[in-house]
Write a protein that binds this ligand. Sequence first.
Ligand SMILES: Nc1ncnc2c1ncn2[C@@H]1O[C@H](COP(=O)(O)OP(=O)(O)OP(=O)(O)O)[C@@H](O)[C@H]1O
Ligand SMILES: [Mg+2]
Length: 114
Amino acid sequence: MDWGWDRGGEYLNAAELVVGELAANAVTHGRVPGRDFLLTMALVLPPEGGSGTLRITVADSRGERLPMPVPAPCPDGEHGRGLVLVGALALRWGVLPRFPAGKTVWAELPGPPR
Ligand SMILES: Nc1ncnc2c1ncn2[C@@H]1O[C@H](COP(=O)(O)OP(=O)(O)OP(=O)(O)O)[C@@H](O)[C@H]1O
Ligand SMILES: [Mg+2]
């Protein structure tokens, strides 16, 4: 990443994890045959200075199924932890409808101090 974020540092690690979980969900749960998903990342820097916010969006074409965080994933289960991880790392996250079909899952993460 060309934003001066330390490779291997906590901020970039968190961003990689959230991108990975949301992208994995798009291909596992949000896939429509013949359609791709769209990943965007934008660093929003407040004009008055201070830390920026990284906004990650992953759009997929499946509008009738939505992310449903599993409140208490089974300790022995292999799934149901992705959105728990996203919720723990992100400042906030959510879902928006996408025109003409599908949805956009978004998450905002704190950036490193400037
Ligand atoms: N992009 C998506 N489209 C449709 N449903 C989704 C999407 N993302 C998540 N979900 C739903 O929310 C549930 C919880 O997602 P989460 O990522 O927490 O767990 P998982 O994908 O089932 O397992 P894991 O991420 O731990 O491998 C999923 O099982 C799925 O039903
Ligand atoms: Mg998942």
